[in-house]
Design a protein around this ligand. Sequence first.
Ligand code: GLA
Length: 458
Amino acid sequence: MTTAFLVLGSLLSLRGALALDNGLGLTPAMGWNSWNLFACNINEDIIKDMADAIVEKGLDKLGYVYVNVDDCWQESRDEDGFIVEDKKGFPHGMKALGEYIHDQGLLFGTYSSAGTYTCQYRPGSLHYETEDAVAYAMQEVDYLKLDNCYNEGMSDREGTIYRYAKMRDALNATGRPMLYSLCNWGEAKSWEYSRDIGNSWRTTGDICDNFDFYTCSAMSILDQQIDIVQYSAPGGFNDIDMLEVGNGGMTMTEYRTHFSAWCALKSPLLLGNDLRELTDDVMEIIGNEEVIAINQDTLGESARLMERKGGVDVWAGPLANGDRVLLVINRGKKAADYDVDLGLIGADREGKNGPSKVKARDLWKKKDIGVFKDEISFKNIASHDSRMLRISSASKKPFKDLVYPSTEKFKRYIYLIPNPSWKWPLIACGVVLGGALVWVGYKVYTAVAPRQGYIFLK
Ligand code: GLA
């Protein structure tokens, strides 16, 4: 290890990389990550099981090729500064695990933090970028997620760029292309400066398995993207966090909407559920090739929010072959009808500057639903359900360029509770506060009532 370190270390000083130079991430990454379901309770058997399941269920053929170990595989650093793996969970070490994953024809992802510790207080990479990058290259790692915990207060723009670029340069210097996923939760507006550093960058805090109640819910995360979707493009994508599909906190309808949105917005698609117990309804969602094709479209441009009326959101975006993707989400509590004016996606009623007629395909029904002029009327979209269409010109005229509305005008939803784990403390506070109010009310009443001549029951 030490010799390899010296050789690669000297390469680092020779090359002096200034920009991310790995040729990866031309479309959003797809795979599986251990965090959303297992958190710190991982070991090499679980990871191997997931790799096996990916192949058995044909998920690799759909594009899910990265098998990413998240936090908690590390234990300490040795005297040369290299990470020692957690012996209990990973007795054969990360190199052996990577080999196993590669033998299945899959790619191997690992995790660290651009801080002195990871978020679960394992050794982090700050000040050890070269050692860690060299170790990853030796373990034949293909993907690195770099978290943001214990960052020594360097969380402003300058500090963030410094920390994440140090690892970028160390990765570049190894000569092994590793997809580099920045996980700084959108701090210091990560989307504005991360394209030169990584292949994806988180834009928000962690997701939770909830549709629209918490600040960490799927719909809240979607809302946090409204002004920044334009930063995604081949080579670097906004990462709106890993998928919760199949983890049990949402209905299948809600999971379908969650998945549709992640695909339309070109987020990395990292499954976070137990692939050993994949049910048919979950497979129908994560296995829909036509929806995945929207995510993996080579143009790499995110859909944008075009309209928001009466609890219904209309997102639309361009695709590489000139088609459009249209995603209509009913966020309301009741079923809704909604008419989408085709001008929104670049059709032209007169047929002068764009097609007057379009062909539409429903990507969830996997059916062509007809030729439309002027508008498409959606009937009875159930609460939290969505319609996702691929729309093409029905004439020789291509679509006009999309005209994006100012996002200022959209009514913003407010999410008060950041995280489900806050629910019980908040309820407890509410009960205590309510009790205190009742007590004060009682005291005031008993003091005032007799003087006012009210009848008071004692
Ligand atoms: C942070 C990240 C998560 C996960 C955990 C692991 O919260 O944002 O995605 O990696 O750390 O500790």
